[in-house]
Design a protein around this ligand. Structure first.
Ligand code: DAT
Length: 171
């Protein structure tokens, strides 16, 4: 049976992993956090002194995921989207969170100073939405509000329905 690949992207803290894990448990699709994968497999290429974080080795991430992606049925979560092969994804969701909610979420994650401000700006400037619109066919890119538990529930329900319809249409 063919199953779709889904990309969940957006600024850190918008709720990608929460949504991705819930979708995986509802549908049986495989959830992959690129950040966690990189940590486990040490897929890094240097260290960014300004942001005090390791630099992702994008080529190795792609090599690592290629086989799974070609099988289908994968939900990928990452706060970047311009380096994945475009053909991997059947649909792209950009989660969006209002600043006041995002600020609290990032602060309680321990972000402060420049890192906190930069991430808030990233959301204000809709950086990930623009990156997604430039990297994928516009028709497959959708924004999803991700402020409240009700938003989460609605997003899960809508995506589960979309997966069911896609599976009917493609099998
Ligand atoms: P991300 O994976 O995008 O970094 P996350 O899934 O870890 O984000 O979520 C960050 C925090 O926000 C976490 O404490 C769960 C909470 N959260 C996620 N989605 C939410 C929603 N729709 N409403 C309220 N809180 C949410």
């Amino acid at each position: 049976m063919r199953r779709p690949n889904i990309l969940l992207t957006g600024t850190p803290g918008v709720g990608k992993s929460t949504l991705g894990k819930e979708l995986a448990s509802r549908t049986g699709l495989t959830y992959i956090s690129v950040g966690d994968l990189a940590k486990e497999e040490e897929l890094y290429d240097g260290f960014d002194e300004e942001y005090e974080c390791p630099i992702l080795d994008e080529d190795r991430v792609i090599d690592e995921l290629e086989d799974k992606m070609s099988e289908g049925g994968v939900i990928v979560d990452y706060h970047g989207c311009d380096f994945f092969p475009e053909h991997w994804f059947h649909i792209v969701f950009v989660l969006r969170t209002d600043n006041s909610f995002l600020y609290d979420r990032l602060e309680s994650r321990g972000y402060k100073g420049k890192k906190l401000q930069d991430n808030i700006q990233c959301e204000i400037f809709q950086t990930l939405y623009e990156e997604a619109m430039l990297s994928y066919s516009k028709e497959i890119v959708h924004q999803l509000p991700s402020n409240t538990p009700e938003d989460l529930e609605r997003n899960v329900d809508q995506i589960v329905q979309w997966i069911e319809q896609w599976s009917k249409d493609n099998n």
